[in-house]
Write a protein that binds this ligand. Structure first.
Ligand SMILES: [Zn+2]
Length: 274
């Protein structure tokens, strides 16, 4: 069952028209990695507001230490509460946790996530949507990306949508050619982003240092962006533009994803000839 959390206690119908930036992630903590740019842009901003959707229930995460004895139900409620805490700290206008099992999300013939996302997207009109990119290593992330695209394709119109971004979590995008790469500056409020990532203790103490890994990648992206200029930002996350998938409903995810590989291959080929 969906867990809808609105930190300010306004109603969902009051919240929805205010949402300008929407993050749709697979798991609890994905928003804080993949959509951090949107969270920071909206933080204490009177005209822009962030809303988050988390698709899975997080029951399947690996666990160790003080979490080793938690069964899946307990883990689910711990992760749900961590995500609520992040929404509170990051001042999201809402966070909806949809509670789908990962196996169901990965099953392409099961449409329940697409149906639910479609229902929610009918009520929301964000200018920016952040989700996973289709080249991500994690199968649930790729499945969420596919579901978001299907749900958006079903809408009568996406006129309000200015940017539709696929961001890095389980596979970085530093390798895609520069023309395909969108650099999202995540340098603002480093203490806030550090605290947001630290909230997900069940993952961190549970044996996965996503906090250090994400920050390390953002630092590397900022420094290794250009060999000839000094660092303009301290933390940068990369995304790719998913808009072509909406502009051309016939374009398959596979064709779209392989296009990035092909352009990368061509670039390497060109460099070897010099
Ligand atoms: Zn994830």
């Amino acid at each position: 069952m969906m867990d809808l959390f609105i930190p300010t206690n306004i109603s969902f119908t009051q919240a929805t028209p205010q949402i300008t930036h929407l993050g749709i992630g697979a798991h609890q903590d994905d928003l804080e990695i993949m959509a951090l740019h949107g969270i920071l842009e909206c933080y204490q901003n009177p005209t822009q507001h962030f809303g988050g959707i988390v698709c899975t229930n997080g029951s399947g995460s690996p666990r160790t230490g003080s979490y080793a004895t938690c069964d899946d139900e307990k883990m689910k409620s711990i992760r749900q509460e961590e995500q609520r805490q992040a929404a509170r700290l990051g001042k999201y206008l809402f966070v909806a946790q949809l509670d789908h099992p990962s196996a169901e999300v990965q099953n392409a013939s099961n449409n329940s996530l697409v149906d639910e996302l479609h229902e929610l997207l009918l009520q929301l009109h964000p200018e920016v949507i952040y989700t996973h990119h289709p080249l991500d290593k994690h199968p649930t992330h790729r499945a969420v990306c596919r579901a978001v695209i299907e749900a958006l394709r079903r809408l009568p119109s996406n006129q309000h949508l200015k940017r539709f971004l696929g961001g890095e979590v389980w596979r970085g995008l530093d390798w895609v050619v520069d023309e395909d790469k969108i650099a999202l500056d995540a340098s603002a409020r480093p203490e806030l982003s550090e605290k947001l990532l630290a909230i997900f203790d069940s993952q961190i103490s549970g044996g996965k240092r996503y906090d250090l890994a994400a920050r390390g990648r953002w630092q590397a992206n900022a420094t290794f962006a250009s060999p000839h200029t000094i660092d303009k930002e301290t933390l940068v996350s990369y995304a790719i533009d998913l808009m072509p998938l909406l502009k051309n409903p016939q374009l398959t995810l596979s064709e779209f994803a392989l296009g990035f590989v092909e352009r990368f291959r061509k670039e390497i080929e060109k460099q070897q000839k010099i």
